[in-house]
Design a protein around this ligand. Structure first.
Ligand code: KG4
Ligand code: ZN
Length: 380
């Protein structure tokens, strides 16, 4: 089985081909055309600019993904190569998966309409995928041979390595990016119950806004993580800088991060030397975010007796979060497995959309072309 997956919900134009290996989705190709450099000068994604870039990128990215997966298109003189398939019989793709929401409407439309055009031309079934569902399913992609755990702790501890391969239900998923911040209970495949969410900013948004206040680059998560790692190497952070842990002890699984950003906003002007202490501020700010995310996830996993904890979303690229959550699970829930995606599948990509598409296709969840629409507010 092969699935062509398209993701264009924000500022990455991404296409992947997903195959099947022993009943698990495996990445055959994964192409991401990032617009980060374009949006960096504005300090965030400009929707109109993103949509125009998607239009320019989508066809070359599809062609590249097909080529890397070794799938050649029939070419007919004077015809647009991508649309000649119907005449030439089947080639090696069984279905098309596409992110239909949530996201920026102008960005989503490019991927959705392209997917519909290809599904029509190639007479293939179409599978709409929720972007958040895609992030969750990044953890279900079969690990490749060249997979490297990026945390030394995992390399030293083979028990964790084998745990990662096993996702048993019920699972508690912490999925966190710039646009969403959810705790999800999964009792089985493709079954989601949101048990906690942010009441204001998502953690990724907190990273991005915090970075802006500290004069660091966009996207803020990697910039804050890089600055904070300078302190990590020194082994000790500032005792004077303290940030709140909003809602950490509340009796629910919700989050709130806007107060943290406000706290940074008011703290910096009081410190005339702050520009010289950016790593300390970054370290403490990151620690506050990670503390809240880890504490709430452990609490939710205990409450729902989770057999697996899954970490996903762009913020799952944060090494400190990966490591501290791993330690907390080992300490508090030694019988609970920990599953997390390879680093390259944490931020937006189409492999994760193809992974969700793979399970949806197997479950018969295809949707007639005429019913497939971009929905910028689609809730999981
Ligand atoms: O999933 P994603 O690529 O896009 C959305 O769906 O929003 O996530 C992007 C978010 C941004 O907020 C970015 O700052 C954050 O993920 N991020 C990180 C790291 N890498 C990306 N946050 C913390 N640490 C990182 N290493
Ligand atoms: Zn995302």
């Amino acid at each position: 089985m092969k699935i062509l997956a398209i993701e264009s919900s924000c500022d990455e134009t991404a296409v992947a081909i997903i195959g099947d290996k022993a009943g698990q989705p495996v990445v055959l190709s994964n192409v991401v055309s990032s617009q980060i450099a374009i949006h960096q000068k504005y300090g965030g994604v400009v929707p109109e600019v993103a949509a125009r870039e998607h239009v320019l990128n989508i066809i070359p990215v599809i062609n590249e993904a097909l080529k890397l997966a070794g799938i050649s298109l029939p070419t007919v003189k004077n015809e647009f190569p991508l649309l000649t398939k119907k005449k030439r019989g089947r080639f090696d793709i069984d279905a098309i998966a596409v992110t239909t929401g949530p996201g920026l409407i102008t960005s989503l439309i490019v991927g959705v309409e392209t997917a519909k055009a290809l599904a029509y031309a190639w007479q293939l079934p179409l599978i709409p995928v929720n972007h958040i569902e895609g992030h969750i399913y990044s953890a279900f992609l079969k690990k490749q041979n060249n997979f490297q755990f990026s945390i030394s702790n995992f390399q030293k501890n083979p028990k964790n390595q084998s745990q990662i391969e096993k996702i048993k239900f019920p699972a508690i998923v912490l999925t966190v990016s710039g646009g969403h911040n959810l705790l999800v209970l999964m009792k089985k495949h493709l079954n989601y119950k949101t048990i906690g969410e942010t009441r204001d900013d998502a953690a990724g948004e907190a990273f991005d806004k915090g970075a802006k206040l500290l004069g660091l680059s966009y996207p803020g998560g990697p910039a804050i993580a890089a600055a904070a790692s300078q302190i990590g190497n020194l082994g000790n952070a500032s005792r004077q800088i303290k940030f709140p842990r909003p809602m950490i002890h509340d009796n629910n699984f919700d989050f709130s991060f806007s107060g943290l950003k406000t706290s940074l906003l008011y703290t910096l002007p009081k410190d005339k030397q702050w520009a010289k202490r950016i790593p300390e501020y970054a370290y403490e700010y990151q620690k506050a975010i990670v503390d809240v995310l880890v504490t709430k996830t452990i609490k939710a996993a205990k409450f729902h007796q989770a057999k697996t904890i899954i970490l996903a979303g762009g913020v799952a690229a944060n090494l400190s979060l990966r490591q501290i959550l791993n330690e907390a699970i080992t300490k508090n829930l030694p019988d609970t497995n920990f599953a997390l995606p390879e680093l390259r599948y944490t931020t937006d990509n189409a492999a994760m959309i193809g992974s969700a598409g793979y399970f949806k296709f197997k479950a018969g969840k295809t949707v007639p072309l005429s019913k497939v629409k971009a929905d910028p507010n689609w809730e999981l």
